[in-house]
Ligand binder design. Structure first.
Ligand SMILES: Cc1cc2nc3c(=O)[nH]c(=O)nc-3n(C[C@H](O)[C@H](O)[C@H](O)COP(=O)(O)OP(=O)(O)OC[C@H]3O[C@@H](n4cnc5c(N)ncnc54)[C@H](O)[C@@H]3O)c2cc1C
Length: 365
């Protein structure tokens, strides 16, 4: 007899896997389906920065809760709580820094302003050009290349079914849902779409139009360097994140855009975009002038026009749900995935979700 799962989750990134764990803990039998490996999408290629200083103010309560989840996951995901500095090099950047970080501190993040002298005492290798800086002791990073391995282990330990290299190519709704995959049909009573930057074509399988767009973020890594920085470094504009891993490599990101679309497969690095990203990194940390960049890569990050998450019922389809498009979604993913699980289980989520049926041109509370 064909097994009927309580819920089929399309997308085995951090959102889909975190939701599966909560659903299973709440007594449901989920199956997680991914077109590739678990964690092969944005969740496995991102910069791994867990910084409250680069989160949207409105998402701060979610990011704070997310940080606790990362602390709990610990070594298994390469978690390091290092603290982090955000730097300004000009008066204009200092103004921007003050404006942005004050709002985040008011929203609950333990962010303080520190003098250039304090920054240089803590991070002597940074350029002596800092005019203002903020500090958050909660900031840190995890190793995104461990995401798939971590969640595969968690799903296995909890006895949760998952199928890798299993693209969902059609979905029919009748008595529950029947998902077409190359490995045969999968049947489930409910459906959660957690397909990241591929949410648009996946929702279209249900006739639902979601205004999901993909950003193509770039990350670069250097060869191993002697110890240069011990905290996560950002820039007032948000155009730089930088951390040195225990093996000495320095990871540089900041949302610089590559080329391509999720439908075409892997994106392409754009030299015109990577060069200024690396130049800013080197400006902040002059010793990087001696570092060779080993690799730059891209990944697809999903957004909707108002830049708030999609987290709730899939518009117009009974028993179907959608989760994705979370800015800073790696940091927030383990937490909001749990909230989504609670919602599907019929429980009141601890913090409000984000209705996917909203008008995307209006500000969400
Ligand atoms: C380069 C980059 C750097 C980033 N840096 C940071 C950072 O430093 N800090 C931070 O907090 N956030 C960061 N982000 C954002 C963060 O990575 C994402 O918000 C988060 O990982 C999204 O998780 P997700 O589960 O929604 O999507 P994904 O991880 O993309 O998962 C979606 C999954 O759906 C699967 N899928 C798609 N279509 C189908 C189908 N038809 N059938 C089956 N499976 C399907 C895909 O294979 C994929 O595995 C970054 C993003 C990128 C791209």
């Amino acid at each position: 007899m064909t097994q009927i799962y309580d819920i089929a989750i399309v997308g085995g990134g951090i959102m889909g896997c975190a939701a599966a764990l909560r659903l299973s803990a709440g007594g449901m039998a989920p199956v997680v389906l991914d077109q590739g490996d678990l964690g092969q999408g944005a969740s496995g290629v991102n910069a791994g920065t867990l910084s409250l200083q680069i989160k949207r103010v409105e998402l701060m309560p979610y990011a704070l809760k997310g940080h606790h989840e990362w602390e709990r996951m610990g070594d298994a995901v390469g978690f390091h709580k290092t603290g982090g500095y955000t730097l300004a090099f000009t008066a204009r950047e200092a103004e921007l820094l003050h404006e942005r970080q004050t709002l985040k501190a008011e929203a609950g993040a333990p962010i303080t302003f520190v003098s250039p002298q304090e920054v240089h005492k803590a991070e002597p290798n940074l350029a002596q050009k800092v005019v203002a800086a903020s500090y958050c002791p909660e900031d840190g990073y995890a190793n995104s290349s461990l995401t798939g391995q971590y969640y595969r282990g968690q799903l296995r330990d909890q006895g949760i079914a998952y199928r890798e290299r299993c693209p969902v190519t059609a979905i029919e709704q009748g008595d529950g849902f029947t998902l077409t995959t190359p490995n045969g049909p999968i049947r489930a009573r409910r459906l959660l779409l957690a397909a990241g930057a591929w949410l648009n074509p996946v929702a279209a399988l249900m006739g639902v139009d979601l205004p999901v767009q993909a950003r193509i973020n770039t990350v670069s890594v250097t060869e191993r360097m002697p110890p240069l920085i011990s905290t996560v470094i950002g820039h007032a504009t948000g155009l730089l994140t930088m951390k040195q891993k225990p093996n000495g490599t320095v990871l540089v990101g900041g949302g610089w855009q590559g080329r391509g679309t999720p439908q075409e497969g892997r994106g392409q690095v754009s030299a015109a975009s990577v060069m200024p990203n690396l130049a800013l990194a080197q400006y902040a940390l002059p010793a990087l002038a001696k570092a060779r960049v080993l690799r730059s890569w891209t990944g697809f990050e999903a957004n909707v026009p108002d830049f708030y998450p999609l987290a709730g019922a899939l518009p117009g389809v009974k028993d179907a749900f959608v989760l994705g498009c979370v800015r800073g979604g790696y940091t927030i993913g383990p937490y909001i995935g749990g909230l989504m699980g609670d919602f599907i289980l019929g429980r009141e989520p601890e913090l409000p979700l984000f209705d996917p049926a909203r008008n995307f041109n209006e500000e969400t509370a």
